[in-house]
Design a protein around this ligand. Structure first.
Ligand SMILES: Nc1ncnc2c1ncn2[C@@H]1O[C@H](COP(=O)(O)OP(=O)(O)OP(=O)(O)O)[C@@H](O)[C@H]1O
Length: 663
């Protein structure tokens, strides 16, 4: 599908420009990758989730607006965090935020299919543990390569090269002389123009007119740094695939082998020859100095054991010329000297593990002519070090290119690998949520709802202490009940089940049917009597509500305080009539259920949460509303308790009986 960024709901020109900074913004939006979208400059995670939601809405032609009231929106937030809590990765937590309640069947079905698959697959705990080390892939921060540059004579090629290789310097040159000038400052110069082919230039100058098509060869660092930066994630994603038995998008062994060849800093690991050259170059000076000690110690020992006889004339000539000790040394101690120097040479060769050519040069660092103390020839040592370094760099570059070539081929599949692992975390979170809250997949049809053994995950008691509630309503109903009986909790349950069902998520019940609605209107209890203005605006809200009410679920908690008691029963009765006529599904919780019913022009259902009695002053409540039952109120129960408790004076008992009769 061709996605125009500006067409996505909520994406203006500025955001579209920010999104274009991403590698492939359309693909990120298509696959709902909130983490990738949030990587665009100035786009927060919350915004990224809304943008992705916008794309989903657009695909399903969804006008949105399911959560029609603040309380409905609040319940969505709480329901969502119940699921995101089980996300191991940051990615999954963000991705789950793209699941929103929708009134469009195709969207809900799509999400529910995902949830169903997730629950079927179940959770592999070992894989889930490995997910802790998987992160959305990051782009390594600016890689700069300083030992290589590109050169061209052409202005267009110059700007194309600058775009293609932000890691390298690109220089404009006039001729071969400029090239060789550049080659002095860089260890490699890549000339981009055909015309330089065959021109002899000093230094390492390569002519590569097709360089722009071979980024991995020209800048192997790019792909290497990508893999180095994401190495832990890739390795963990590999473990996730293995543990969960997922079908990987690439050969896992191949990826693991390639990663094992890569150091954390993007250099090549596990190459013995490269390590040997690097160590030899680094240690050469120290080892050469040790070698001097070896030779000098030997000579000293040899001298200590030896009496040197000097003929008188020699002594005279020594004194006269102040020199010639060397000749004396070679004559008297020639063998010992040769042995000492040989030991020094072998020390260097063996300590640095030098190869034939290198060893020859190293040996020449210690001359045959006897001197004391024995000293290395610094020039020879310097040249040897330069040779070792050059060899090391050549080998490193070659290995980097080889490894980069292998890894470049793996890069798209590696991204898929990590993405698949992260998506698995989304599924695991849903499956864990379903398991933790004993969920089932709901159906969406008809009017009203039917919930069996539903348990609200939003209660102030631990979930395993929540009593299951059965409740079904067809059309419009009133819910009565004792104080603290669980009326509000029942509305919450219906709301959270409806919201989760329209998100495509499983719901905390043994079975659940909710109406397929486009909007949820949930009004929380109003606190205190409303002033005239607020009363008016509430009435207007309810007038608006009746339009298209057959596509709405309306849940209202204790509306009676909108105005004085006698009047509110009449007003609520009128609202119920309108909702009934327009085919809405609705539950109104009220302490005035009896009065409202009397004022209602149709036979409104009144259900009740019943108290079974008082036990030690505490209500014993049957949490599931009883159908067609106006529940007794708390004061009535208290009077009854007093009446039953008074078996003494008949006069006292008669008092409570009189009160009871009033109910
Ligand atoms: N299904 C349930 N399982 C366990 N405890 C529950 C359940 N429903 C409600 N409760 C407990 O009862 C308390 C009161 O519930 P709730 O506020 O829903 O009652 P209410 O009938 O709306 O009260 P009020 O008449 O004061 O508005 C809850 O805070 C919770 O502790």
């Amino acid at each position: 599908m061709d996605l125009e960024l500006e067409d996505v709901p909520g994406v203006g020109e500025k955001t579209a420009a920010a999104l274009r900074e991403l590698d492939d913004p359309e693909a990120a939006l298509e696959r709902g990758d909130v983490a990738a979208v949030a990587a665009a400059p100035g786009v927060s995670e919350g915004r990224a989730a809304r943008i992705v939601q916008g794309v989903v809405r657009q695909r399903h032609d969804d006008p949105g607006g399911f959560l029609a009231t603040d309380r409905a929106a609040e319940l969505y937030d709480r329901a969502l965090s119940l699921v995101t809590e089980f996300a191991v990765t940051d990615y999954a937590a963000k991705r789950l935020r793209t699941f929103y309640p929708s009134g469009v069947a195709s969207r809900v079905d799509e999400a529910q299919e995902l949830a169903e698959r997730a629950i079927e697959k179940g959770v592999d705990e070992a894989a889930r543990e490995h997910l802790a080390d998987v992160e959305a892939l990051s782009r390594p921060s600016d890689v700069r390569v300083r030992d290589r540059c590109l050169a061209t004579t052409d202005a267009e090629t110059y700007s194309a090269a600058r775009d293609a290789f932000p890691e390298l310097s690109v220089e404009v040159v006039e001729d071969a002389r400029d090239l060789s000038e550049l080659a002095r400052g860089y260890s490699t110069v890549v000339a981009l123009d055909e015309e330089f082919a065959g021109v002899a230039v000093e230094g390492d100058v390569q002519v590569e007119p097709k360089a722009l098509e071979k980024p991995a060869e020209i800048v192997p660092e790019r792909v290497l740094s990508f893999f180095a930066a994401n190495r832990d994630s890739l390795a963990a994603a590999t473990r996730v695939h293995r543990a969960a038995g997922m079908d990987p998008p690439l050969d896992l062994d191949t990826l693991e082998d390639a990663l094992a060849r890569l150091e954390g800093d993007g250099s090549v690991a596990g190459d013995e020859e490269l390590d040997r050259l690097a160590n030899a170059a680094d240690d050469l000076d120290a080892v050469a100095s040790q070698a001097e000690d070896v030779a000098n110690d030997r000579l000293r020992e040899a001298l200590a054991e030896k009496d040197v006889t000097i003929e008188g004339s020699d002594l005279l000539s020594l004194v006269e010329r102040g020199a010639g000790v060397d000749s004396l040394l070679s004559r008297e101690l020639g063998d010992e000297y040769a042995e000492a120097v040989a030991a020094a040479r072998e020390h260097v060769v063996s300590e640095l593990d030098l190869r034939e050519g290198e060893a020859d040069r190293a040996r020449r660092a210690f001359p045959d002519e006897p001197t004391y103390p024995v000293e290395r020839d610094p020039e020879v040592v310097t040249r040897l070090r330069e040779e070792l370094q050059a060899e090391r760099d050549r080998r490193a570059a070659k290995r980097k290119r080889e490894l980069a070539a292998d890894l470049a081929d793996l890069r798209p599949a590696a991204a898929d690998l990590v993405h698949a692992a992260l998506e698995r975390d989304v599924e695991y979170a849903i499956a864990r949520f379903a398991d933790e809250y004993d969920c089932t997949l709901p159906t969406r049809e008809g009017t009203g709802f039917d919930i069996e053994a539903g348990r609200s995950p939003l209660l102030d008691v631990p979930f395993d202490e929540v009593d299951p509630v059965d409740y079904g309503v067809d059309g419009v109903a009133l819910l009565s009940g004792v104080n603290s009986g669980g009326k509000t909790s029942t509305l919450d349950l219906v709301a959270v089940v409806t919201v989760l069902a329209h998100m495509g998520m499983p719901v905390p019940a043994e079975s659940a049917r909710v109406p397929a609605v486009e909007e949820l209107h949930y009004y929380a209890k109003t606190q205190g009597t409303l002033d005239a203005g607020a009363f008016e605006s509430t009435l207007r809200d309810f007038r608006d509500l009746t339009a298209g009410a057959d596509r709405k679920l309306v849940l209202v908690d204790e509306l009676e305080s909108i105005t004085e008691p006698g009047a509110s029963a009449k007003i609520i009765a009128g609202i119920l009539e309108s909702l009934h006529e327009s085919g809405a599904s609705a539950v109104f919780v009220s302490h005035l259920a009896g009065e409202i019913r009397e004022n209602c022009g149709f036979d409104v259902t009144v259900d009740g949460i019943r108290a079974l009695g008082l036990e030690d002053g505490e209500l014993v409540v049957e949490r599931s509303p009883v159908k067609d039952h106006l529940a007794r109120s708390t004061p009535e129960l208290i009077v009854e308790k007093l009446a039953e408790g008074e078996d003494g004076a008949a006069g006292e008992r008669a008092f409570y009986d009189r009160l009871l009769e009033k109910f």
